[in-house]
Design a protein around this ligand. Structure first.
Ligand SMILES: [Zn+2]
Length: 225
């Protein structure tokens, strides 16, 4: 079932690892099939290097397993909440990529300080609120997805397709698997640059007209420089 998407998700998992975004087993990517609405996702406790396309899980939007012999990643229910909250999203990735996680652990959003950021993310990358004890005790992964959705109540999630879960790490998404991998790579790159930029000048900011210009250019064709 969904063999084509399985191959793509398999390759995307390798891409995340190849780009240094996934260390050990800290990462996963999923995709939604536009015809059935089913989700293809990585199994639990599998390093990307050991993964095969046949290992991938197919489930429905309620998390019911339709195909696969392994248990799905424990982050499945976070992915599902993101798909439910943001219907345009066709793929979701979660990593503990170092620089984005530095901001997540600090509880700080990643400010939009330059055109590299604006080419991929219109706004600062938001950080989620602190989870309440009862949200951690029960349905932790599902509640993680819910606080991600809460962070976007005033913003279009497709113009800024990434979030930092406080004290945890980033989730990114896109309208395709390829776009999601690109967004994960871009997020890590702009996080590192923002860290060093703020060390040189804590007062710096970016002209909003320049942000708009780059957001519009992205809509006209991604990766124009
Ligand atoms: Zn995680």
């Amino acid at each position: 079932m969904l063999e084509g998407i399985k191959i793509e998700v398999y390759k995307a998992n390798q891409e995340l690892a190849k780009n240094g975004l996934v260390t050990l087993r800290w990462g996963n990517i999923s995709a939604k099939d536009e015809n059935t609405g089913y989700i293809v996702i990585k199994p639990r406790r599998t390093a990307s290097a050991l993964l095969r396309p046949d290992d991938l899980i197919v489930c429905d939007m309620d998390g019911k397993i339709l195909e696969g012999t392994h248990a799905p990643t424990s982050d499945l229910f976070t992915h599902l909440e993101i798909y439910k909250a943001f219907p345009q999203v066709m793929s979701v990735a979660h990593t503990h990529s170092k620089w984005a996680t530095v901001f997540a652990q600090a509880g700080k959003s990643i400010p939009n300080l330059g055109t590299a950021h604006a080419d991929y993310f219109k706004y600062d990358i938001p950080v989620t609120r602190t989870m309440r004890p009862e949200e951690i005790a029960k349905d932790y992964e599902k509640n993680t997805g819910r606080i991600i959705a809460d962070a976007f109540t005033l913003k279009d999630p497709m113009t800024t397709p990434a979030v930092l879960v406080k004290s945890h790490g980033p989730f990114v998404w896109g309208q395709s698997i390829h776009e999601t991998v690109d967004n994960a790579v871009a997020l890590e790159y702009v996080a590192e640059m923002a860290f060093y930029t703020l060390r040189l000048n804590t007062d710096t900011d970016m002209n909003t007209y320049l942000i708009e210009k780059h957001v519009q250019r992205k809509q006209g064709g991604r990766n124009e420089q």
